[in-house]
Ligand binder design. Structure first.
Ligand code: FCB
Length: 469
């Protein structure tokens, strides 16, 4: 069935600084936790690093051309904190600010809305050495960083997004350690949750003050958590994971308080005394739009105490759990099909998530800030990439967004992850998410079939089933 999206619906694509820029030591950029982590043997697949990545720092003008040709109405990118403020405090680096300033102007000249993420995981190493996100001071440094970039770019940026997926920064960075900085400290992970939330509130207030015409947002990777059975015990497992994954952020951000059950569930890990009077009020700065990243679903049950328990939620294996304080929850494999990440493909989960947000937070506009799929792409002799499975994935998920909109969800736009193949964190260059292929030997960009298909969609707003569907 053809589905027509409303006039003004935003069609975008997203990237992140460390995943595409390269130029890791150029023009005064300082090291981030991802430089350190990826250069530590054994941390990333094949020892891949973001040193060169898709070389976007040098090829930004060419990449702007692709953005324009794709007909995108918005482009979501992130600013590298160590590129613009190398040590994470004190002086700003003019060359770094100029890079983003040129990018933003280039987008505006082409009629593309700049959507800037302040933090997509590249914390300046010096701040990690001083304690990282478990330390309150990092939130204060973030406020200062936000003031510097908002003063420089101001309301030329259409939408300021404070954080990308603070869940990953806190729980993968400080809980399971499968992301930088690779620490495995359960109480530290929860302190990181709070300081990321606090930093959001502080930076959000900076945006309000210095760029009143800009929109304010944050992007969360909310989990769609389903129970293995209808039992009360499995329902409670869902509740616990929902608290850690979703309500630890939605609570303070939108309702001004951490949920009581989260504090009770994790009482053995921490007393949450790092939450100071007034913090929750600071965090609840009103948002213009909530960014939603969605890839797949999560299936849990109450652990029976006997069988081998798994906390594999698809984010890489570790002897340490990201699900701090939830030792009695068992994560189960889910029915396929799967992407190359091993993530199950379940478009209905996206509809479910958007309708939940619509129900629980009526009046809050939503934006899909990431959705997409990694597959093992092949360049055929005709020089093309016939990525039918990615195309099908995108079609089904965009259709799922339309289904949620039909049922009342206020969704303003959709950003495909990702514009370009890039450094997929611990999976290095092995997992390709781009709608544009990057040949890492030559840095040549090749439009995959999904890019051609997406261009037709951005031009007409009409979602047509892919041929053969
Ligand atoms: C999200 C990240 C993004 C990318 C995709 C696949 O968790 O925000 O950088 O790695 O997953």
């Amino acid at each position: 069935m053809t589905r027509v999206f409303p006039e003004g619906f935003v069609w975008g694509s997203a990237t992140a600084s460390y995943q595409i820029e390269g130029a890791a030591t150029e023009d005064g950029r300082g090291p981030s936790i991802w430089d350190t982590y990826s250069h530590t043997p054994g941390r990333t697949l094949n020892g891949d690093t973001g040193d060169v990545a898709a070389d976007h720092y040098h090829r930004w003008a060419e990449d702007l051309g692709h953005i324009a040709e794709l007909g995108l109405s918005a482009y979501r990118f992130s600013i590298s904190w160590p590129r613009v403020q190398p040590g994470g405090s004190g002086a700003f680096n003019r060359a770094g600010l100029d890079f983003y300033s040129r990018l933003v102007d280039g987008l505006l000249e082409r009629g593309v809305r700049p959507v800037a993420t302040m933090y997509h995981w590249d914390l300046p190493q010096e701040l990690e050495d001083a304690g990282g996100w478990p330390a309150r001071d990092t939130a204060l440094r973030f406020q200062e960083y936000a003031a510097g970039i908002v003063a420089a770019l101001g309301d030329r940026v259409h939408t300021w997004t404070t954080f990308n997926e603070p869940w990953c920064s806190a729980y993968l960075g400080y809980g399971s350690g499968v992301h930088a900085p690779g620490r495995t400290e359960p109480a530290g992970a929860l302190a990181a949750v709070h300081h990321l939330n606090l930093a959001h509130g502080l930076a959000g207030r900076v945006v309000r003050e210095l760029a009143p015409a800009a929109e304010l947002s944050v992007t969360l990777n909310l989990h769609v958590v389903r129970p293995a059975s209808g039992s009360a015990a499995d329902a409670d497992a869902v509740r616990r994971i929902d608290a850690l994954a979703n309500r630890a952020f939605l609570g303070p951000l939108l309702d001004g308080a951490y949920p009581a059950d989260l504090l009770a569930d994790t009482a053995k890990v921490t007393d949450w005394s790092f939450v100071r009077d007034g913090d929750e009020r600071t965090i609840a700065v009103p948002l213009d739009v909530l960014g939603v990243n969605y890839y797949s679903t999560t299936l849990v049950r109450a652990w029976d105490g006997v069988s081998a328990r798994s906390d594999n939620d698809g984010h890489g294996s570790s002897a340490h759990t990201p699900w701090v304080g939830a030792d009695d929850v068992d994560f189960l494999p889910q029915p396929g099909p799967y992407t190359a990440m091993g993530w199950n493909i379940e478009p209905a989960g996206l509809t479910e998530l958007l309708l939940r947000l619509h129900r629980e937070h009526p009046g809050l506009p939503l934006m899909i800030t990431e959705n997409g799929a990694a597959f093992d792409d092949v360049v055929t002799p005709d020089g093309r990439v016939h990525d039918d499975r990615r195309l099908d994935y995108l079609y089904r998920h965009i259709d799922a967004v339309g289904t949620a909109m039909d049922a009342g969800a206020d969704v303003r736009g959709y950003f495909v992850w990702s514009l370009l193949d890039n450094f997929e964190w611990a999976w290095g260059y092995d997992r390709r998410f781009g709608i544009i292929r990057v040949d890492y030997d030559t840095q040549e960009r090749i439009w995959k079939d999904s890019a051609h298909w997406y261009r037709a969609l951005t031009a007409t707003g009409r979602l047509e089933p892919p041929a053969g569907d």
